[in-house]
Design a binder for this molecule. Structure first.
Ligand code: NAD
Ligand code: MG
Length: 396
């Protein structure tokens, strides 16, 4: 029985993971659930799954959870240190890293350092910590498996030698000419640019194909999500600039592709449902049931493709540029974006100002150096302060 921890259990990926777990209870045991502050949702999950350990990052929520579960078998861990120790201990074999944003870095890295099998959904953790994350995995022997649908698709299309050397694979030596990262283009693919300033949070969150948490939904609308994924792909697949191409594919049937030097292109396809990549990693290399309905090609009218337009998606350009500027740039990009998206969701800035906030923050911090995790955390904090002050100066 694989002992599974789910970080971000109350979120969109958390619930898809629980759904795949439900289908495969004979092979996995749920031992730890974590979330931020939605106590009602967490109490319900702990009761439903009778999970041995639980933790909420918000101290007040954690105390309430403990009071609510007094009569239950679940032990509520008392603080962050106890939570990280449990994650690194014998009760956990595999960790679904599905906290959103930089908040996921510390627990995800703790799991990597402890040599756990890590199912990586929390792309922001990798964008922030970059090479240090992959070095930590190599040191500890942690197996990192990509859950993000594009990276999972690429992973599935790679030869076994590359799958076994995540972070360090030699694409050229394996006959690979390019990774093709597809993205739907989000809800505003054809919206006139003149209307971008009036986009509301509700419109931005309504993704045409995928059902996801609010932050990644806004990131998909700006295509910052594809930019973060570009950086994520560089880290996971050890790419150089000429190795990756971003391609708009509005139907989200092909989840990404790998092109080989002989002209072959391998694609992974499926319904746009995260339970597929989640099931793929959970008992990798064995295939398990995900509960996802089969793709019906007779119902797919067409598959279309286009190059991305950076005028429509300035965040994508900022991210690709940051990828080649350095670690401080990607850390800054991620932090400023988290602050800007939060401000947009609270209607403090307009949709088209998200890119301005990120660009202005990058102007000030991109060329700092960040060789250690402490430096990265310091750049992250500086970027958050700068982005917040830029937002205060912006007029709606
Ligand atoms: P979500 O908003 O639905 O859920 C986020 C989870 O993180 C919740 O359980 C929440 O309690 C927890 N969380 C939030 N802030 C926290 C904090 N400060 N401390 C501890 N926990 C905190 O988000 P989601 O859509 O499930 O996305 C989760 C991660 O997976 C993100 O990094 C996202 O980019 C990635 N991802 C999501 C999808 C998707 O389809 N939803 C696809 C690919 C990758
Ligand atoms: Mg993705």
């Amino acid at each position: 029985m694989k002992k599974l921890a789910i970080l971000g259990a109350t979120g969109s990926i958390g619930s898809s993971t629980l759904s795949v777990y439900e289908q495969n209870r004979d092979t996995m045991a749920l031992t730890l659930l974590s979330a931020w502050r939605n106590v009602d949702a967490m109490v319900a999950l702990c009761q439903q799954y009778q999970v041995p350990y639980a933790f909420m990052s918000c101290p007040k929520a954690n105390r309430t959870l403990r009071a609510c579960l007094e009569e239950q078998p679940t032990q509520v861990l008392s603080d962050e240190a106890e939570f990280l120790a449990c994650l690194a201990g014998v009760e956990v074999d595999a960790v679904m890293a599905a906290i959103v944003g930089a908040a996921g870095l510390a627990p995800t890295l703790a799991a990597v350092d402890a040599g756990k099998q890590v199912f990586l959904a929390n792309k922001e953790a990798l964008v922030m910590s970059g090479a240090l994350f992959m070095q930590a995995a190599e040191r500890s022997g942690a197996q990192v498996l990509p859950v993000d649908s594009e990276h999972n698709a690429i992973f599935q299309c790679l030869p076994p030698q590359c799958q076994q050397t995540i972070g360090y694979c030699d694409l050229k030596a394996n006959g690979i000419s390019q990774l093709i990262l597809t993205g739907s283009g989000g809800p505003f693919l054809t919206k006139p640019l003149a209307e971008f300033s009036a986009i509301t949070p509700a419109q931005a969150i309504a993704h045409p194909n995928w059902s996801m948490g609010p932050k990644i939904s806004v990131d998909s609308a700006t295509m910052m999500n594809k930019g973060l994924e570009y950086i994520e792909a560089k880290r996971l697949f050890n790419t150089e600039k000429s190795d990756i191409q971003v391609l708009i594919h509005p139907q989200s049937v092909i989840h990404s592709m790998v092109q080989y030097i002989d002209g072959s292109v391998l694609a992974q396809m499926g319904m746009p449902d995260m339970r597929t990549p989640i099931a793929h990693v959970m008992q990798y290399p064995e295939r398990i049931d995900s509960g996802v309905e089969a793709l019906d090609f007779s119902k797919i009218a067409q598959l279309t493709f286009a190059a991305p337009d950076f005028e429509r998606y300035p965040c994508l350009k900022l991210a690709i540029d940051a990828c080649y500027t350095g670690q401080a740039a990607t850390t800054t990009l991620n932090a400023a974006n988290e602050i800007a998206v939060d401000a947009f969701l609270k209607q403090q800035i307009r949709f088209d100002q998200i890119a301005n906030v990120v660009a202005q923050t990058l102007d000030q911090l991109a060329t700092s150096t960040a060789p250690t995790i402490d430096d990265i955390m310091s750049v992250d904090q500086q970027a958050r302060r700068l982005a917040s002050s830029t937002i205060k100066q912006l007029e709606r």
